[in-house]
Design a protein around this ligand. Structure first.
Ligand code: DP6
Length: 355
C-alpha cells in the first residue's frame, strides 16, 4: 500500500503594536524597520492548514484556500516551498532510510475562519500555518525562529505568527536576510490580563494591498524617512520596556502613537492611501472618551491596512470597554448590526500547535 503522509496545524493572527511597513529588499521580503506584535491565540481567528504528500501524487504542488484552488506559482510561496524542501532533502541525504518526501508533490488545504485580506492579518496566519504544516510533515527539527526566516519570505508579518505572546521581528542588517527573524519577547502568560477586542468594521477586501501600499510609501513619503530613522526605534524600545514592566499606560501610548504614525505615512504617500474610514475614526474617539472618563489610559486602538479596529485593554476593564463600544458604535453610520465584536484573551500556549 502506498502511504500518504499528512500533517495539520493551525496558526493564529497577530496584530502589530509597532507596525511593519516598508521593505528594503522586496525579493527577500526584508523590512525597513523592526516591528512588534501580540499574537491573538484565543481570538478564534486562525488558519487551519493540512499538508499531504504521496508518491502517488502527480503534477505540481497545489493549494486549496477556503475551498477554491489558489495560485501558488508566485515567487513568495515558491520561496517558502523551496526552502522547506531543501531542508527536508538535507535530512534525507543524511539518513537514506527516510522516505523521499522532498521529491513528492504537495497538496495543501487551508481554511481561514475570518475574512481573507480584509486587514485582519490573514496572510500572517496563512503563511505561518503553511510553513509550520510543511515543517511538521517533513519532521524538520528547526526552531520557530529558524522557520520565521522562511515564513517571512511568504509574508513579512507571518514570521511573527509562529510564536504566541509578544513577538518582535528584528529587521536585521545582513543582505541574505538570515538575521531578519522573529523572537518571542514574552510569553502570553507574562501578562495574562491582556485582552483584545476586534471590531470588524468591514469584511470587504482591502483597496490597496499591504505589499503595494508599503512600496508606494517607501517610494514617495518624506514622513516615512523619519518614521524609520527615529520613530520606530524609539517605539520598539519603549514598547519592550512597557511589556517587561506590564505597564499598560505605556503599552497603550506607544500602540496608539505607532498606529497614528503608520497611517500618517499612508496619508503622506503620493497618491495618498486611506485605510481608516469614518467608523474607524469613531473607534478612535471612543477610546479617547473611555480614557478621559477613566482619568487614565485603559484602552488602546490600533489599525492595520484596513478599517477594522483592534482595541487592547486589561481584563479588569473588560465590561466597561466592550459595553462602551457597543453603545457608541450602534449610533455610527456604517456600523452594521452583524458587525462582529469578539473579545479574546491571549493565553499561554504555543501559537502554532504541532501535529
Ligand atoms: C499593516 O505582512 O501583509 O499589517 O510582507 O508584503 O506580505 P507583506 O506585507 P504584510 O504587511 C503587514 C502590514 C501591517 C503591519 C504589521 O502587521 O506589522
Amino acid at each position: 500500500m502506498t502511504e500518504i503522509y499528512r500533517a495539520s496545524t493551525t496558526a493564529p493572527v497577530n496584530i502589530a503594536v509597532v507596525k511593519y511597513w516598508g521593505k528594503r529588499d522586496a525579493k527577500l521580503n526584508l523590512p525597513t524597520n523592526s516591528s512588534l506584535s501580540v499574537t491573538l491565540s484565543q481570538a478564534d481567528l486562525r488558519t487551519l492548514t493540512t499538508a499531504t504528500c504521496s508518491s502517488t501524487y502527480t503534477g505540481e504542488d497545489t493549494l486549496t484556500l477556503n475551498g477554491s484552488p489558489s495560485d501558488i506559482s508566485g515567487a513568495r510561496t515558491q520561496a517558502c516551498l523551496r526552502e522547506l524542501r531543501s531542508l527536508r532533502a538535507a535530512l534525507e541525504e543524511k539518513d537514506p532510510s527516510l522516505p523521499k518526501l522532498s521529491k513528492m508533490p504537495l497538496r495543501l488545504v487551508s481554511e481561514n475562519n475570518f475574512p481573507t485580506a480584509a486587514g485582519l492579518a490573514s496572510s500572517a496566519a496563512g503563511f505561518a500555518a503553511l510553513v509550520r504544516a510543511i515543517a511538521n510533515l517533513y519532521e524538520l527539527p528547526n526552531s520557530p525562529t529558524e522557520l520565521s526566516i522562511i515564513a517571512r519570505q511568504g509574508s513579512g508579518s507571518a514570521c511573527r505568527s509562529l510564536f504566541g505572546g509578544y513577538v518582535a521581528w528584528r529587521h536585521g542588517s545582513q543582505e541574505d536576510g538570515l538575521d531578519s527573524k522573529a523572537v518571542e519577547i514574552a510569553p502570553a502568560s507574562h501578562w495574562p490580563e491582556m485582552r483584545a477586542l476586534i471590531l470588524v468594521v468591514s469584511a470587504a477586501k482591502k483597496g490597496v494591498s499591504s505589499t503595494s501600499g508599503m512600496q508606494q510609501t517607501v517610494a514617495t513619503s518624506d514622513l516615512f524617512k523619519g518614521r524609520v530613522a527615529t520613530v520606530v526605534p524609539a517605539h520598539m524600545d519603549a514598547m519592550e520596556k512597557a511589556i517587561a514592566a506590564r505597564d499598560f499606560a505605556g503599552f497603550a501610548e506607544v500602540t496608539m502613537k505607532d498606529s497614528n504614525s503608520f497611517h500618517s505615512c499612508c496619508s503622506d504617500t503620493y497618491p495618498p492611501i486611506y485605510y481608516m474610514n469614518d467608523v474607524s475614526r469613531a473607534a478612535v474617539r471612543a477610546v479617547e472618551a473611555i480614557n478621559a472618563a477613566a482619568g487614565k489610559t485603559i484602552a488602546a486602538y490600533t489599525f492595520d491596512a484596513g478599517p477594522n479596529a483592534v482595541i487592547y485593554f486589561l481584563e479588569e476593564n473588560s465590561n466597561l470597554i466592550i459595553g462602551t463600544f457597543y453603545k457608541l458604535l450602534q449610533g455610527v453610520d456604517g456600523w452594521k448590526e452583524e458587525a462582529k465584536a469578539s473579545s479574546s484573551s491571549i493565553q499561554l500556549e504555543e501559537a502554532v500547535s504541532s501535529i
